[in-house]
Design a binder for this molecule. Structure first.
Ligand code: MRU
Length: 346
């Protein structure tokens, strides 16, 4: 299982990211040194997946501080840079969560010098990084109980090690079940248009030695009708206070089809992906990405010139379609409004 795809180097003062745009064909590293590099890496999806975005943002705050220096006005410069990181992508709440966490550390230090903040922030970013791996392993343990020996598990997009600091959320559940000796198989939905399933989930699950088959997104109904899928486990970018869950475009369709065929549909996400400030899913901002991802495959245009396209990057699965939300604190069951309120009271 991948662990080296997000690496921070203090001596080199950079964040090294395995560039997910080129996988599985090329394993290239993208080095971030500035706030602009971080924003670029987030927006072009050099790094993607809600928890991985959060970890990147935490180190990004440290790079922003280094860039802001310690001369007059460094605090104002830094605040502007933090806002740029926080707003790089709108849907995954982990981005806002991570930057707010770094801001809270800064606020707690009061009028501290840039040097004092730098030391404290590096520690905090490393903690965010470490905690994410631990959360995924905990989620994996809770989720693995829901997977039976012999199951074929369908997943959409990539909620694996690559989408996190390590182990993964939805795919982490699959890894944990596999490590417990359950003989499972995986179906990775292709996930148009960025192909996170075909390129990234297939890459890392195959590397882990687990049998994986790639299917076109539109094959889901047929596969379930044929009885080829026993469970669905997907990740989330933001879960509203009522349990509605935003995830990669196409997830909602998978959930509807799973309902039709009586296949349990689970969402796996750390508590940092739950947004108690957003009451219902319709209030979750949906990223609208460049048409080029749809009009082109690589450098080849596949749609007629001047025909508009939709490229919404996420959709929201209503809570009624979700059999359970697997978190690092345990599995939440409906009614989710109560379960989530109880979790945050703790
Ligand atoms: O656009 P992406 O690739 O960042 O979208 C990622 C997803 O939708 C994942 O399923 C989600 O972030 C959960 S990752 C553990």
């Amino acid at each position: 299982v991948l662990t080296e795809h997000i690496r921070f180097s203090e001596p080199d003062q950079n964040l090294l990211l395995l560039d997910q745009r080129y996988l599985p064909l090329r394993e290239e590293t993208f080095a971030c040194r500035t706030t602009a590099d971080i924003v670029y890496a987030l927006q072009t999806m050099v790094v993607r997946g809600a928890p991985a975005i959060g970890v990147t943002a935490a180190y990004g705050c440290w790079l922003a501080l280094r860039e802001a220096g310690d001369g007059a006005g460094w605090r104002e410069t830094l605040s502007t840079k933090l806002a740029e990181i926080e707003n790089a992508r709108p849907t995954a709440v982990n981005l806002r969560w991570a930057v707010r966490r770094m801001r809270a550390v800064w606020a707690a230090l009061g009028e501290a010098s840039a040097a004092a903040l730098s030391a404290r922030w590096l520690e905090e970013a490393r903690t965010v990084h470490r905690e994410d791996i631990a959360a995924n392993e905990a989620m994996g343990r809770f989720g693995a109980d829901l997977i039976e020996d012999g199951d074929t598990v369908l997943t959409h997009c990539n909620a694996g090690a690559l989408a996190t600091a390590g182990h993964g959320t939805a795919v982490g559940v699959i890894y944990s079940a596999w490590q417990q000796g359950k003989r499972i198989k995986v179906i990775a939905d292709e996930t148009r248009p960025f192909l996170q399933g075909a390129r990234l989930t297939a890459y890392e699950v195959h590397k882990a030695g687990i049998p994986v088959t790639v299917a076109c997104d539109n094959a889901c109904a047929l596969l379930m009708q044929k009885g080829l899928v026993q469970k669905v486990v997907v990740g989330a970018d933001r879960i509203a206070a009522n349990g509605d869950a935003a995830n990669k475009i196409g997830t909602f369709g998978v959930a509807l089809i799973a309902k039709e065929f009586g296949v349990p549909f689970y969402v796996a996400a750390p508590v940092s992906t739950i947004d108690p400030e957003t009451p219902t899913g319709d209030l979750i901002p949906i990223e609208d990405r460049t048409p080029r991802e749809v009009t082109h495959v690589g450098d080849h245009q596949i749609t007629p010139q001047d025909v508009p396209v939709y490229n919404f990057a996420f959709d929201v699965t209503p809570n009624r379609l979700i059999a359970g939300i697997i978190t690092d604190q345990g599995v939440l069951r409906p009614p989710y409004t109560e379960a989530i309120a109880k979790l945050f009271k703790k």
